[in-house]
Design a protein. Sequence first.
Length: 161
Amino acid sequence: MNKLVAFFLLSVMFVSCESNTVFSETQSMEDYWGAGEVVEFKLPQMDSLKNYNLFLNIRNTNDYKFNNIFLIVSMNFPHGKTVTDTLEYRMANPDGSWMGQGIGDIKENKLWYKEHVQFFEEGNYTVDIAQAMRNNGAVEGVTKLEGITDVGFSVEEAVKQ
């Protein structure tokens, strides 16, 4: 009987939790994220009357050697326009502990990309993400960025407040 009650309570919790996520995809990296490796996400058709919040999702392990990450993110519009941003995110606290959620060796970071975005153009948008890390004093970028296990992109319907 107790198992039945527990199952019922869990079912109610899952049904009552309404998610604002309309798109979420993650791509695994092999052993490292290469300097020329671009991760592409093809977004579904979005409602042009709604506002959305956009997020980058990065999973790292203790093999990641930096306390931040530089990313180049390009949003490609259906009719040819491209908007490119160079972004920096902190990955570790000042004491060296990893930011993000997770237990053990893997931490997941949900990073704000854009807020209250509307997709006015009809058609499919794509988002390209590349890493742009450099070692201190180096001109060339890091060719094999180790410690990043997954790169993701998610879109959530913006909640009106």
